[in-house]
Design a protein around this ligand. Structure first.
Ligand SMILES: NC(=O)c1ccc[n+]([C@@H]2O[C@H](COP(=O)([O-])OP(=O)(O)OC[C@H]3O[C@@H](n4cnc5c(N)ncnc54)[C@H](OP(=O)(O)O)[C@@H]3O)[C@@H](O)[C@H]2O)c1
Length: 304
């Protein structure tokens, strides 16, 4: 049995069906099993729990031999990276070791360092350190930015009403990988003996600036967008002002600043050579899927 923490997120909804389709028994650790069931259907098992509360983890781990942690506390309304990405992972690592789990796959993030400017990267680094120091057999997977999430953020409004917001200048190249591809690599990490105690950096086939992403979304939507840039000084000011009031929003603005200023490129050459069986998805394919899902009129709409 595989326990997936974060099974209901962008990555989880790609990973869980991939595993259950292969007949692998999966249990999802979730704070809201009803919502999780709506998202993932009845095939996986659901365990109500919260990684911040160690006493909810013991039951979830009964009969489990492998754990995937794909959870995060980064996002709107979320409790933050320290509470989930570090402390939650620490609780889960300790509980997994106590439950005699065989392998623990931690989904981290590309570019983590102990002193990174972004709290999320620092907290992932601390979780990695805790896992490496444990008695567990481990694999650390470090993906880049998920295409599906950024297609929602940047391209979603273009498909919907022809508008786009770009954080900063939008000319810093960033590597995007599809959550579908990351799920395929995590599935490998679950069983491949060669990956034991290794760090696997994952990236997509191309580095794109946000301006290029807007261009690709415009082509997929078949229309030009009215593009608004949020200037970097304004983002810096907003992040400072929001920090005491809404730390989740301040952290996301900081993420936007990092997107515009930090080297976020990745060369997928080595990954392709090592894993030729996983074909890396291009952003244009994700946008085409998103466009088809957004713009295909329903039969009810057609009849009006
Ligand atoms: N998104 C990206 O661009 C990106 C890039 C690189 C790495 N990553 C990493 O990839 C993983 C998946 O990211 P994602 O974008 O798919 O996440 P997401 O869509 O934001 O979903 C977050 C997930 O974390 C779970 N979660 C949050 N707090 C929890 C807690 N206290 N206890 C248990 N579960 C909790 C949520 O489960 P419930 O709400 O059901 O409880 C949900 O399934 C994360 O580790 C993330 O840091 C993401």
């Amino acid at each position: 049995m595989i326990l997936v923490a974060g099974g209901t997120g962008h990555l989880g909804i790609e990973l869980v069906p991939l595993l259950t389709a292969r007949g692998i028994p999966v249990r999802i650790l979730t704070r809201d099993p009803d919502r999780a069931r709506q998202r993932l259907g009845e095939t996986p098992q659901f365990a109500k729990g919260d990684a911040r509360s160690p006493n909810t983890l013991e039951g979830a781990l009964k009969g489990v031999d492998t754990v995937v942690s794909a959870m995060t506390g980064f996002g709107p309304g979320a409790p933050g990276p320290k509470a989930v990405d570090y402390e939650g992972n620490l609780n889960l690592i300790r509980a997994a070791a106590a439950a005699d789990v065989r392998r623990f796959v931690l989904v981290s993030i590309h570019g983590v360092t102990a002193d990174h400017a972004m709290e999320l990267w620092r907290m992932k680094y601390r979780a990695e350190e805790a896992l490496r120091a444990s008695q567990l057999d481990w694999v650390i997977v470090r993906p880049n930015a998920y295409m599906e999430l950024w297609a929602e953020i940047v391209a979603g409004p273009i498909f919907k009403d022809g508008k786009a917001t770009v954080f900063g200048r939008g000319d810093n190249p960033v590597n995007f990988n599809s959550a579908k591809d990351v799920a395929s690599f995590v599935a490998l990490a679950l069983f491949d003996p060669d990956l034991s105690r290794t760090i696997l950096s994952i990236g997509g086939p191309e580095n794109l600036t946000l301006n290029q992403l807007v261009g690709q979304a415009e082509r997929a939507a078949g229309r030009k967008a009215a593009v608004k840039h949020v200037p970097l000084p304004m983002m810096r000011l907003m992040s400072l002002v929001m920090r005491p009031l809404k730390p989740d929003v301040a952290a996301m603005i900081q993420g936007g600043i990092a997107f515009d200023t930090v080297d976020m490129t990745f060369d997928a050459g080595d990954l392709r050579r090592r894993f030729p069986q996983i074909e890396l998805t291009r952003m244009a394919d994700v946008l085409a899927r998103q466009g088809a899902a957004t713009t295909t009129p329903t039969s009810a709409e057609l009849s009006h």
